[in-house]
Design a protein around this ligand. Structure first.
Ligand code: HEM
Ligand SMILES: CC(C)=CCC/C(C)=C/CC/C(C)=C/COP(=O)(O)OP(=O)(O)O
Length: 333
């Protein structure tokens, strides 16, 4: 049975289904504005950027400073986004109960918290990691708040395609923390998060298009409709699958295990993308893809880390020998 978006939004319990952890626990206002539910996946992609580097595994103090600094930077970015959009959030069903529009926090308090988190992040990253990691984190904050939130989101239906650069920066921070520079592998994961973002968010935007339409935000489903958006999601879904396979070569070791374990993740992603493209008006398809998009990206980052285990390296070496022997046998036959 297909529910309309307004029915979904009017019924708070069904709305919570779209943002899985929403129903888990009511967060204190000062924590809520930091958008903490995004941070684990942002840190997972940071870890992925590290695992792709020769510097893996990082010394524990540097690892802790990178993840702590990244979390503080993401919290600052989330708080500044909430500050910038407090009026808009107050007019949208999904966000109207947030701390600023509901008056549970004052703008000056949120601004002071955001600046404090930014300074703490910069201090932690400069002292415990390096200046490149700190600079990239500050760039991430600027891209999210200025490029996406202020400039692109209210103006173009491609806002999340270009604004997605903000969410793709954490892998670069991880690579910079591991080696002091960003190599091709780090840019590969940056590109993968970029092409993953449309499937992740446009699936949610289909569910929330009435909400976005009511406040004049030109998300793609509002401007072009669900059918057009589902087709666009399909293109980005295939691009994500295609690009994800290059992780076999981006990894310094263990690429073979990554490539094998990647198959079910990509199979499920294509299945969810195809289901949505075949019936864009069935909101359960959009909800399922949104949820899977998050698990998918967590899965990719987990595979990258697992691929750096010694056992994965052994599996890779033996696999190469096996393939070489098979190729030699076939060339002789
Ligand atoms: C411009 C790019 C992006 C946009 C517009 C976007 C948008 C959204 C929105 C609107 C939500 C629902 C939030 C809520 O109502 O509480 C959400 C949820 C989420 N996003 Fe994204 N997202 C983007 C990129 C990312 C990136 C790069 C990541 C991590 C790598 C990410 C991870 C998540 C997670 C984990 C959730 C679920 C949060 C929860 O469980 O409450 N998103 N996203
Ligand atoms: C390195 C670094 C700090 C990078 C920043 C990464 C970051 C915080 C990305 C967030 C992406 C995101 C969830 C956008 C949604 O904003 P929205 O305004 O569309 O969501 P909303 O409507 O729920 O407020």
């Amino acid at each position: 049975m297909v529910s309309s978006t307004s029915q979904i939004l009017e019924n708070p319990s069904s709305r919570n289904k779209f943002v899985p952890s929403r129903k888990l626990v009511k967060l204190p206002a000062w924590l809520e504005v930091a958008k903490p539910r995004l941070i684990p996946l942002l840190l997972a992609t940071t870890l992925g950027g590290m695992a792709l580097s020769e510097g893996w595994p990082l010394p524990s103090p540097r690892l802790a400073c990178t993840l702590g600094g990244g979390a503080l930077a993401a919290a600052a970015a989330g708080a500044l986004n909430c500050l910038w959009e407090q009026d808009l959030d107050g007019r949208m069903e999904r966000t109207s109960s947030r701390a600023l529009p509901s008056g549970r926090l004052s703008p000056s308090t949120v601004f002071a918290g955001a600046i404090s988190c930014t300074l703490a992040a910069a201090t932690l990253l400069v002292s415990g990691v390096n200046c490149l990691a700190a600079g990239l984190s500050l760039l991430g904050i600027c891209c999210y708040v200025l490029l996406y939130t202020a400039l692109l989101k209210p103006r173009t239906s491609q806002n999340i395609v270009f604004g997605g650069v903000a969410g793709a920066i954490p892998p670069l921070v991880g690579a910079a923390a591991a080696t002091g520079h960003v190599g091709l592998s780090g840019w590969w994961l940056f590109a993968l998060v970029m092409v993953w973002t449309p499937a992740h968010f446009w699936a949610l935007a289909i569910l929330l298009k009435d909400d976005y339409r009511s406040v004049g935000i030109p998300m793609l489903p509002v401007v072009k409709g669900s059918v057009f958006t589902a087709r666009a999601i399909s293109r980005y879904g295939w691009a994500t699958v295609f690009l994800s396979t290059f992780g076999v070569f981006a990894l310094p070791d263990g690429g073979l295990l990554y490539g094998l374990l990647l198959i079910p993740f990509n199979g499920r992603l294509l299945q969810m993308v195809h289901r949505l493209a075949s019936d864009p008006d069935d909101l359960t398809n959009a909800k399922g893809l949104f949820r899977w998009s998050i698990l998918y990206m967590f899965g990719i980052c987990l595979l990258l880390v697992i691929s750096r285990f010694p056992l994965a390296s052994q599996f890779h070496s033996q696999g190469i020998v096996l393939f070489t022997n098979i190729a030699n046998t076939l060339s002789i036959a």
